[in-house]
Design a protein around this ligand. Sequence first.
Ligand code: NAD
Ligand code: TDX
Length: 354
Amino acid sequence: MKNLLVTGGCGFIGTNFVRYLLSAKCKKTGFNGRIINVDKLTYAGNPFNLAEFEKKYPDRYSFVKSDICDVKAMEGIFDRFKIDSICHFAAESHVDRSIAEPDTFIKTNINGTFTLLELARKNQDRLLLFHHVSTDEVFGSLGNQGFFTEKTPYDPSSPYSASKAASDHLVRAYARTYGLPVTISNCSNNYGPYQFPEKLIPLMILNSFKGKPLPVYGEGFNVRDWLYVADHCRAIFEIMKKGKRGETYNIGGHCEMTNIDVVTRICSMLDEKIPQKNGKPRKDLIRFVKDRPGHDLRYAIDSSKLEKELGWVPEESFDTGLEKTIDWYLDNEGWVKMVIDGEYRKWIEKHYEE
Ligand code: NAD
Ligand code: TDX
């Protein structure tokens, strides 16, 4: 992989992935190619996350602001950078937004993936890999028992998960029909640094830190299988290097928790670190609010294929990962202010108008 196109690299997982590949730790993995990060910079994309790398590694990292749905622009990028491999993160990713306004989910997640697949097909002579980053939400909801395996039938519940399911099907179809070298990963809920504070864990960390209400949907009994983002990034790169072409791999942390347990754990960790001035426990801030429509009850991943075939196991437990995450949000007030105020958006408009 000499010229790796990373889409959506200014979002949460994409940022962590690029940082992982360019970090000293990753030297061991043998990646010494160039990363071309293409991101539209939606509300969820922050170019400052990786800005330092443009200066630090001008030969190894380039950023291009572009919409993956823009065929002409993407064609130019494939030609200019001689793209030979792709790791596709770019997506609209928030379930609640997909319920309120599904339109962009269909455009980016389905049409955007289609655009990339077509360009990959046109450049197939030099294409080594198209890795598609997807989610466990494509499988729909589990009852109280069982796990999602790679063979579980798709049964998506939200416009978001339906759009991701459609993109997974397209990727698989391009492998079968055109022989495109693809791998797909379906991962459970991620948490960690740089996650936009609309998602459960960063929202609860920041609200509880400020003494604001903590909105828990329904009764808080829905279960998610949490994975620290660095473990996800490592899994993706292992699959890219060693995964069998045409195959799907589930990625999960063996870490099922009810939402109410997650929120309570965040409250108690923060109470231990920085007690509230009024002396009250932060769990008193929890408010049970109207449930999400079509709210999947439970997700749980069986990642034994990845573990057995590629030797990957998660390094972080929920407690160690959560502690790192809380510390990151407390230590990075500037980043939090920047994304909440949206101040940097003015900079983006000015900078990219030229
Ligand atoms: P995110 O919302 O934080 O980041 C998405 C990035 O994509 C942003 O930088 C955004 O600007 C960019 N983007 C959006 N539309 C674009 C377009 N049309 N063209 C170019 N760039 C565009 O999302 P995330 O949480 O980092 O998720 C990344 C990928 O991982 C997604 O495909 C998501 O479905 C998948 N995933 C996420 C999780 C999770 O828990 N967050 C779990 C499993 C899989
Ligand atoms: O305020 C909240 N209160 C609440 O109870 C929010 C934001 C969420 N929730 C619940 C809904 C879910 O059961 O917490 C759980 C997690 O919610 P999100 O953080 O919105 O994540 P989820 O809907 O599970 O989807 C996430 O994981 C899979 C990512 O957003 C997806 O991109 C990924 O594919």
